[in-house]
Design a protein. Structure first.
Length: 98
């Protein structure tokens, strides 16, 4: 299995300061809130969640300019946060404000 892609929109609720990995790669952690109405089993359902995400490289430099409350659309993949932390994290490949 190799399919792992997520496209989602939401509101920025937290934004860490730009920092660098030991290899010198810039990164920014972002938390955003998604709210929508989805169809499930033929019924409408309110879908809400907060998502932890990370932007690395040039995207980190773009992400550090975001503001709390700003609406964003991100595309990325899901993976565990780190080798030692199994918490799910969205790794951003594309980021745009909406």
């Amino acid at each position: 299995m190799s399919s792992n892609r997520l496209v989602i929109e939401g509101e920025v609720v937290a934004l860490d300061l730009l920092r660098y990995t030991p290899a010198g790669i810039p990164l920014v952690n972002i938390t955003f809130r998604h709210t929508s109405i989805q169809n499930e089993a033929g019924m409408k359902r309110q879908a809400e969640c907060e998502i932890q995400a990370v932007a690395m490289g040039e995207l980190a430099k773009k992400a550090e300019k975001l503001n709390i409350g700003e609406q964003i659309k991100v595309t990325g993949f899901l993976a565990k946060k780190s080798l030692k932390n199994d918490r799910l994290m969205l790794h951003i490949n594309e980021l745009k404000t909406i």
